[in-house]
Design a protein around this ligand. Sequence first.
Ligand SMILES: *[C@@H]1O[C@H](CO)[C@@H](O)[C@H](O)[C@H]1NC(C)=O
Ligand SMILES: *[C@@H]1O[C@H](CO)[C@@H](O)[C@H](O)[C@H]1NC(C)=O
Ligand SMILES: [Cu+2]
Length: 185
Amino acid sequence: MALVVRALATLVLVAVTLQVSKAAVHKVGDSAGWTTIGNVDYKLWSATKTFQVGDIIKFEYNPQFHNVMRVTHAMFRSCNASLPLETYTTGNDTITITTRGHHFYICGVPGHCQGGQKVDINVPRALSAEVAPTPLASDSPPAPAAKTPAPASNSVASLVKKSHPVLLALAAVMVFVVFGSSFHA
Ligand SMILES: *[C@@H]1O[C@H](CO)[C@@H](O)[C@H](O)[C@H]1NC(C)=O
Ligand SMILES: *[C@@H]1O[C@H](CO)[C@@H](O)[C@H](O)[C@H]1NC(C)=O
Ligand SMILES: [Cu+2]
């Protein structure tokens, strides 16, 4: 029995390590990009993603009509673009997430944020805390106004969801082999 537990623990560790080392590129709004056309639900978009430290967030838009500003939580809520923490204007902006917590972005063009062109990129603290320290997940100052840690069940679900199919198959085979041999013993 202890062997089973150890085998599974090793597998989970491998899965977690693979997951952490794989930096994903997330294009905001997917094919729609960063826009006011079509009422893209950026809250829904970010809710369906799992963000990690080291991931790249990509904003694609026509720079004649839009921009990207990183702001505080308060400015995000009130769509206040008067004092952004960072501003991006190329229309093809790639931002590497280097800290856990919330990262708030809005379009600074008047009316656009109010119209829904705003997105909260949240790197869950709960998931990061479970993961052994790696160069990527090094401790850095928390993002401003980050408060809500994701429930632990969330991170387990996302881990399973993101785990490599081969690893899951391997886990199944290992469980079968270990249990199978213990029945014969
Ligand atoms: C917008 O944010 C800035 C910086 O935090 C603040 O000084 C200003 O009062 C805010 N404006 C409004 C209308 O809330
Ligand atoms: C954005 O930049 C990347 C390289 O950083 C390039 O491969 C891509 O084609 C660019 N996309 C647009 C829409 O300009
Ligand atoms: Cu805009």
